[in-house]
Design a protein around this ligand. Structure first.
Ligand SMILES: *[C@@H]1O[C@H](CO)[C@@H](O)[C@H](O)[C@H]1NC(C)=O
Length: 465
């Protein structure tokens, strides 16, 4: 256990990776990580860090475990059509921790013209697809294992555009990326690569997704799919699935929408939703059929955007001149922390769609939910290894206020401030997109701090008091 008062524990010093990170701008000047065009993202279990630079058009992936040595620098082949990198996210390819982190993960980058590209840790291009002709504001992979006892939906990758949101089902994404990964490994893909034009989407096939127009109350600056929601009254037929989405933006600070999806339309999804333990070979042979049957489009022409699925506006909170800026969801999706242009942070109950708390005076803040152990006797009783369960942890919100140079930790929903930690300039708080919980012990939701100037990556200790 860390000594009292020491709330951060160093995980790695990534200075030895500076040669790799330098490709993304590290060390060029103090505070390089404050540049909004520099996009850091932490891999599952904080085993690796990806940093993309829009200005330099590079993606750098450095392992955390080896002190940052042996990184990979990818220069995606982005022409004028693909535009510049605008978002980065990690996508686990397996649901469970399998002990081999190298194989089980991919890095996705989104561009400001709406392309999505997936890379392996070795820097091989696994997949490329055009989603929608607009800037990708955010990519967010979410695990939905939290509520395994109820139908809380499957893992997903959401893609946020101004006024538009798209959703990839985790199973569809993972089956195709895993296949691609195998192809890369067996070098079959390399042959294919040489035959066909690599920049042509046609050589990759398509991963099915749904896309919704969520601009009824104005365009959005950020958005998230909160989770499944019950069907509207008098609409009991069950081929439809409904998600609730929250958007924040200029005209309406917060808006909520019901996104409907006709599950009958996805072939891959239909097989999986029947509850059949679809084997990997079933999926991969199926995707081959889909790929073959796809009419080969004329080279270089970008596929037409997919039509929007049904959206119903639910509510909106207007509070001009306040503009919603960023949105962070709690693990179960029941709470959202929303920052706005007037330096306020709003805590929203996403089921009741009501504000439960408001903080003021936090300009340019970023928020992440975190799980903390409060005054656990177990912690200090002995040096024995203790297993904590989910119920031992308390959900909190970590607020990084860069103008104040601090990180605060507040107990949810209406609890007190537990910690105030000084935070050097040029740092960002980060959280792995997936926890890859093992079946043996509970993995709490953690928050990391990356100091770009010193290269220090630290974790916020979960013990308080
Ligand atoms: C999205 O919906 C809004 C109104 O709800 C409409 O004005 C806008 O044209 C739609 N956008 C597209 C691209 O269809």
């Amino acid at each position: 256990m860390a000594p009292r008062g020491h709330h951060l524990t160093e995980v790695a010093l990534l200075a030895s990776a500076s040669a790799d990170l330098a490709a993304a701008g590290a060390g060029e000047r103090e505070g390089w990580l404050d540049d909004p065009a520099v996009l850091p993202s932490l891999g599952p279990r904080a085993r690796a860090l990806a940093v993309a630079s829009a200005a330099r058009s590079v993606l750098v992936i450095v392992p955390v475990t080896e002190g940052g040595g042996g990184g990979v620098t990818v220069e995606p082949a982005l022409g004028p059509e693909e535009g510049r990198i605008s978002a980065v996210e990690w996508v686990p390819l397996t649901a469970e921790e399998d002990g081999d982190g190298e194989e089980g993960v991919a890095v996705a980058i989104g561009t400001d013209t709406g392309w999505l590209l997936f890379y392996s840790l070795a820097g091989d291009l696994l997949h490329k697809q055009s989603i929608y002709p607009a800037k990708i504001l955010k990519l967010n992979f979410r695990e939905r294992k939290e509520n395994a006892w109820e139908d809380s939906g499957s893992n997903e990758l959401s893609v946020v555009f101004p006024g538009v949101i798209a959703r990839f089902d985790g199973a569809d994404l993972q089956s195709i990326l895993q296949k691609s990964f195998q192809d890369v490994k067996s070098r079959l893909w390399k042959d294919k690569f040489e035959e066909e034009d690599a920049s042509d989407e046609g050589s990759f096939g398509r991963i099915p997704f749904r896309i919704w127009n969520v601009s009824k109350f104005g365009s959005c600056a950020d958005a998230a799919i909160v989770g499944l929601m019950p069907p509207p009254l008098l609409e009991l037929q069950s081929s439809q699935r409904h998600y609730c989405a929250i958007t924040v933006g200029e005209d309406a600070v917060v808006s909520a929408y019901r996104l409907s999806e006709d599950r009958g339309r996805s072939i891959v999804g239909a097989i999986l939703s029947r509850g059949v333990a679809a084997t990997f070979s079933t999926i991969s042979s199926l995707s081959k059929i889909l790929w073959r049957s796809e009419p080969s489009p004329p080279k270089k022409s970008r596929p037409k955007p997919q039509s929007f699925a049904k959206t119903s506006p639910l509510t909106c909170l207007k509070d001009s001149p306040r503009k919603g800026e960023r949105l962070t969801l709690s693990p179960s999706g029941t709470l959202a922390a929303i920052t706005d242009s007037l330096g306020r942070i709003l805590l929203l109950d996403t089921h009741a769609l009501v504000a439960v708390r408001l903080w003021k005076g936090y300009r340019d803040a970023s928020c992440l939910f975190v799980e903390m152990l409060l005054n656990k006797d177990k912690a200090s009783s002995s040096s024995m290894h203790i297993e904590y369960t989910k119920s031992d942890y308390c959900l909190c919100l970590a607020i990084h206020a860069p103008r104040k140079g601090i990180i605060e930790v507040w107990k949810m929903r209406t609890g007190s401030r537990l910690l105030t930690i000084p935070c050097p300039k040029g740092s960002r708080i980060l959280q792995p997109s997936a926890r890859l919980s093992s079946t043996y012990s509970y993995t709490p939701l953690e928050v990391y701090l990356f100091n770009g100037d010193s290269g220090q990556l630290s974790v916020l200790n979960s013990h308080v008091g």
